[in-house]
Design a protein around this ligand. Structure first.
Ligand SMILES: [Zn+2]
Length: 426
């Protein structure tokens, strides 16, 4: 009897499991990511109007899905200072070219450098030895970069501590680190006090006679924009569900090195656009607002600006979901602010269990690490979701479209949809 029952159930179970998840359109998401990461978008940063080109693309998609624009014709304009590198970022080591992004990276806000320099290795134990330190501070090192060995000192030398060498009276041109395994970069709003060059392991020879460096660093006040599209609610148009994703990334470091930002955050923008496509076809009970934020990488500027100058009343936001790093999911999803909004987090877990979507939903506390932050600080129920999996490119030139699998895209999309729809059904 039991066996018979099981056999009867089996085909039904099979049908349920095999049924594709129709709401999403992974093909559309892929094409959005591919476009956002293409050479024509220049890494969505500060060189060649990269972020403006991306903003226009997102606006065109909103128009294509027949979303209503907010702000000035879908844009909310803002500006902030930025250091950027549109021209040369070149290094030669005894005549051998090292390539920006691949062989070396600069510190955020690295100032202009132009010249030929000596390279001197210093042992980090020197920091613990006053007389050695004194000797070095008496030398004329203004045409010398110091290679700081991070492991030989008494204390494992943290980079901030190494920087003390220069700020404590040793007048070298700059620092070199060579123990960094990955070449991670970030934009900055102001110049750093001295240049730091991080070479990938194996690139800087033990003996370098001369290093030629040409770094064209520029400053500007960058005009940019958040991009906003809305679908009006059928039942309660004054209540809002908000989906957000930052579209900016690091841009270019010189003429060659581009940071495509596929996982960070073309993936989140693509999921947001796919949600816009879905809700445009399936009008929701609440109004749904989609915001693609500018200026996240340089310090959450776009979302901060929106919270300070909201285009809808913040009190009317019933739920905000910020998506950033959405290309994996084999290890599950992390919900930042889970401990701030425990009841909503329970609903999220319930949606995941009912739909059997992702292997794990991990709670995380408050964190100032993406565009949800200023919303929840202002009292808006806001989460930041990111997917976890076997993907290790972050803020480097290899975070490319080709590297992404989107292995749990469909499941994550459906989970987010179920969670938002549950909020709208209360
Ligand atoms: Zn990001």
């Amino acid at each position: 009897m039991r066996l018979r029952k099981l056999l009867l159930l089996a085909p039904i179970l099979f049908i349920n499991l095999a049924e594709p998840i129709f709401a999403q359109d992974i093909g559309y998401a892929r094409s959005c990511i591919k476009t956002l990461c293409s050479d024509n978008f220049y890494g969505r940063g500060y060189v060649n109007n990269g972020d403006k080109i991306a903003a226009q693309f997102i606006k065109d998609e909103f128009i294509h899905h027949k979303l209503t624009g907010l702000g000035e014709n879908y844009f909310q304009h803002l500006g902030y200072p930025v250091i950027y590198y549109p021209e040369r970022v070149d290094i030669e080591l005894d005549g051998q070219t090292a390539f920006a992004g691949h062989d070396f990276i600069l510190n955020p806000g690295c100032p202009k450098v132009n010249g030929t320099f000596k390279v001197l290795h210093v042992d980090s134990s020197m920091l613990d030895n006053n007389s050695e330190f004194e000797k070095l501070s008496k030398r004329n090192l203004k045409n010398t970069f110091l290679v700081v060995d991070e492991v030989k000192g008494k204390n494992l030398l943290h980079q901030d501590r190494a920087k003390l060498i220069l700020s404590n009276g040793i007048k070298a041109k700059g620092l070199i680190f060579k123990n960094n395994a990955t070449l991670i970069w970030s934009p900055a709003m102001e110049f750093a006090t001295f240049p730091i060059i991080y070479f990938k392991k194996g690139i800087l020879p033990q003996l370098v006679l001369k290093m030629t460096v040409k770094i064209d660093a520029n400053f500007k006040v960058h005009g940019t924009q958040n991009v906003l599209g809305m679908i009006k609610g059928k039942v309660q148009p004054d209540s809002f569900i908000v989906f957000t994703a930052h579209y900016d990334h690091l841009g270019m470091l010189g003429k060659e090195a581009m940071f495509p930002g596929a996982n960070d955050n073309a993936s989140g923008v693509a999921m947001m656009l796919d949600l816009a496509r879905h809700y445009a076809k399936n009008p929701p009970p609440y109004s749904v607002l989609f915001i693609a934020f500018a200026g996240e990488e340089i310090g959450l500027i776009g979302s901060y600006y929106f919270v300070e100058n909201p285009l809808i009343p913040l009190k009317k936001i019933s739920l905000l979901i910020n998506m950033d790093l959405m290309a994996t999911g084999d290890e599950g999803l992390t919900a930042v602010n889970a401990t701030v909004f425990p009841d909503l987090f329970e609903n999220l877990k319930m949606c995941n269990t009912l739909g059997n979507y992702l292997p794990n939903i991990a709670p995380r506390g408050k964190a100032q690490n993406s565009d949800h932050y200023y919303f929840s600080e202002a009292g808006v129920p806001a989460f930041f979701f990111y997917l976890r999996g076997n993907y290790h490119h972050y803020h480097d030139v290899d975070d490319t479209y080709e590297e992404l699998t989107l292995s749990k895209y469909k499941e994550a999309f459906q989970l987010i949809l179920d969670f938002a729809n549950m909020r709208m059904s209360k």
